[in-house]
Design a protein around this ligand. Structure first.
Ligand code: GLA
Length: 733
């Protein structure tokens, strides 16, 4: 299929087309079509987005023409692909420019388009122009054939005499004409990320947005699900899922109009960001990535997971390092001896790396608390006289790799850096500063600051070329919103700051393509597909309580593959009245990228043996967990249990996780019905991660069943025991 499509596309493309009115442009994946058309007025309209149409010759039959009634009230004005401000659509524009003469209108007309093969699919570039002003907008779409994912963004440029003001610059707009619409958001807070809630969209607007500047996803992530005609379900129904690849302020607008048509507009948040664009400069919007499934969110998520691993996620096809981190265990209180012991413990667990967290730097302002030292990236000599190289040597001796925590975009006022460069921080010249976690955000719109931040990483890696890993944190939203550098262009701050951060990520990637990095922002407060181009994984939440993590991981799995989601076994229990076994914590972390953050001194020998076994099982099965297809089988939102599974692409092996969160007395237990297996194949069932000396009490353990049986009848894997869990391997004969 892929090959035929490729040949077809190769014949069709690499030639600029100047379409006549009525021409359709199809942006097609294997199962979906997005069809645009140049209308009689020479403007571009969306005529269709849905399941793939079998007969391209019927595209022309889809009615889309704007229609007017006599009084104009019920007029259908067409679904313009780039509706501008001041035009007759009267709903939210996706592009708005105040021109040099003060005119705030933009009308965009079709000029030309080009379609050509790119890795994984077809790219379409459509050039639009304003007939009254020297403004050009280029719409880009990449349709990823096999993954049924479309990525779209636009470029805006002009040749007016002076800068213009952009006040709307959405990445795209998508239209739907259905009976009902339901949006699911993934909102929450610090330590409570990605909680799912669904609401029906009625006339008017629903807006999901962030104004945090950086650390953007504290209150809601840059992603959503849209249930079409009914609330989004896991395995059935029409669902669109979308995410914006932007690490700054974002905004999703859902607007239901007077005809019950829905407009979905993903964008950088235009809040306080009327952007001044110089003549000949290009404003590039972030990529909006979306998929449409006729079979619910499960399939839509698998589409996005596949797309991410194949094309977007850093090292998407590579392996990941298991690790022992020290933050939850030691906080700031460690020295070389303690770290050497932890490295030995990491080795004992069988993980690949020791990750040293916050608290290793600062001399004039030692980082012994979170109120000082940030910005002074010199090893604290009193604590670590041997320096980073000494720590790497100790890790070598323990037979593991070494990684380190940094937070280079931030500064404590108590630091050499701030004393030397107070104008490098985002800070009002005339107001009392507001500190979040005792720190300020460095002004990344300033190229000198970008050089400095890149220099932090560059220096550490130049001096320590065998350092394997960075955990790159970002613990503060932008506060005191004023850039000393931008002077009278303050409205560019939110956007130029984010572009500055991206520029540094890009430079690090270019110079050190093999260094692996974890994206962190007080947990999962920065997780987006812009950042994940540079980071192979992210820390899902500072809340590592296993029960809370089930909900957080369930939510984030809708958009991110397990490979990108870090989950650590820690000693933290949110509700001390509950006993959460090490086994339960291990099984919860094993459904993502496994790590640890605890001292082995606190564990019994049996628990240590279990963890060792768990690491070995996870490593052996990581090709299935990290690269297989994920199926969310039982939702923690729907009852007292949860289950997810992973099946390898060849369906020869699978891993099932089941969790009994809060079972009721004598609750009727439903079997867990598996998915994604080969109905014809026979699978042997093996329960893993058992405490030493303990036998499996899974009724089906050791037996063999067909994939057909396992998917229709299922396994008797849930129990009535509170906080019981299972990790089960399925091996095809
Ligand atoms: C953030 C991170 C934590 C830890 C601390 C260190 O909160 O999310 O994992 O690294 O910073 O200060």
């Amino acid at each position: 299929m892929k090959r035929i499509l490729f040949i077809f596309i190769s014949l069709l493309v690499t030639q600029m087309t100047y379409a006549v009115p009525g021409t359709s442009i199809s942006i097609s994946t294997e199962k979906t079509d997005l069809i645009l058309r140049v209308a009689q007025d020479n403007r571009l309209y969306q005529v269709y987005y849905g399941a793939r149409l079998s007969n391209p010759e019927e595209y022309a039959d889809i009615s889309y023409e704007p229609k007017e009634t006599r009084d104009g009230c019920m007029a259908f004005r067409g679904w313009e692909v780039a509706p501008g401000s001041g035009s007759e659509t009267h709903f939210e524009p996706v592009i708005a420019i105040t021109h040099n003469d003060g005119n705030p209108s933009t009308y965009l007309y079709y000029k030309s388009h080009l379609q050509y093969a790119v890795e994984g699919g077809v790219q379409t570039d459509i050039v639009l122009y304003d007939d009254q002003y020297p403004v050009e907008v280029i719409l880009h779409y990449v349709a990823f054939t096999d993954e049924n994912v479309i990525k779209t963004w636009k470029e805006i440029r002009h040749k007016e005499k002076k800068p213009v003001k952009l006040w709307r610059y959405a990445s795209t707009i998508l239209y739907f004409r259905n009976h009902e619409y339901y949006v699911t958001d993934f909102s929450g807070d610090w330590a409570k990320e990605s909680q799912m809630s669904t609401q029906k969209l009625e006339f008017g607007k629903k807006v999901l947005e962030s104004k945090m500047g950086c650390r953007t996803a504290i209150h809601t992530g840059p992603f959503f699900s849209l249930g079409i005609d009914e609330p989004a379900k896991e395995n059935s129904g029409k669902v669109m899922m979308g995410t914006l690849a932007w690490s700054g302020n974002f905004q999703f607008t859902f607007e239901v109009d007077n005809l019950n048509h829905l407009r979905v507009i993903p964008s950088i948040n235009p809040y306080a960001s009327e952007y001044e664009l110089n003549p000949h400069d290009t404003f590039v919007t972030p990529e909006f990535i979306f998929t449409l499934s006729e079979n619910g969110m499960g399939e839509a998520s698998r589409n996005i997971h596949d797309w991410a691993r194949n094309y977007q996620l850093k090292n998407g096809k590579g392996s990941r390092l298991t690790l022992l981190n020290n933050w939850e265990n030691t906080s700031f209180h460690f020295n070389e001896e303690i770290l050497a012991r932890l490295m030995y413990e990491a080795r004992k667990l069988g993980v690949d790396m020791f990750l040293l967290d916050d608290g290793w730097f600062g001399n004039n302002h030692p980082r012994v608390h979170d109120d000082a030292g940030l910005g002074d990236w010199e090893v604290m000599k009193s604590k670590l006289p041997g320096g980073i190289s000494g720590l790497i040597k100790a890790a070598d001796e323990a037979g593991i790799k070494f990684g380190i925590w940094i937070e280079p975009e931030m500064v404590n006022p108590k630091s050499d850096l701030f004393e030397k460069h107070p104008d490098w921080a985002i800070l009002f010249p005339n107001r009392k500063p507001y500190y979040h976690r005792n720190q300020l955000v460095l002004d990344m719109s300033n190229p000198d600051v970008q050089d400095y931040v890149f220099g932090v990483v560059d220096k550490i890696l130049t001096e320590n070329p065998t350092l394997s890993f960075f955990k790159w944190d970002c613990n503060t939203p932008i506060t005191n919103i004023y850039s000393p550098y931008l002077k009278d262009r303050q409205h560019n701050l939110y956007i130029d700051h984010t572009l500055g951060v991206m520029n540094v990520f890009e430079r690090v990637q270019a110079k050190y393509p093999d260094v692996q990095m974890m994206m962190c922002s007080s947990g999962g407060c920065r997780n987006d597909y812009n950042g994940l181009k540079y980071f192979g994984e992210y820390w899902c939440s500072d809340n590592s309580d296993a029960i809370e993590r089930l909900f957080i991981q369930w939510g984030q799995s809708h958009f991110f593959p397990a490979k990108s989601m870090c989950a650590h076994v820690t000693g933290f229990v949110a509700n001390p009245s509950k006993t959460v076994s090490v086994k339960f914590r291990l099984d919860v972390s094993s459904m993502c990228k496994l790590g640890f953050d605890l001292g082995l001194k606190k564990l019994t020998e049996d628990e240590i043996a279990l963890c060792r076994e768990g690491v070995a099982n996870w490593k052996r099965l990581s090709p299935v967990i990290l690269d297989g297809d994920q199926y969310r089988l039982v939702s923690p939102y729907e009852g007292n249990h949860m289950s997810v599974m992973y099946a390898s692409k060849d369906k020869l092996s699978a891993v099932l996780f089941t969790y009994d969160i809060n079972p009721r007395y004598h609750e009727f237990m439903y079997n867990v019905k598996l998915q994604g297996l080969d109905p014809q194949k026979i699978y042997t069932i093996k329960e893993l991660n058992l405490m030493p000396g303990k036998k499996s009490n899974l009724p089906e353990n050791g037996k063999s069943y067909s994939g057909d049986y396992l998917m229709k009848v299922g396994l008797n894997a849930f129990t009535e025991r509170t906080l019981n869990s299972r990790m089960i391997e399925l091996i095809a004969q």
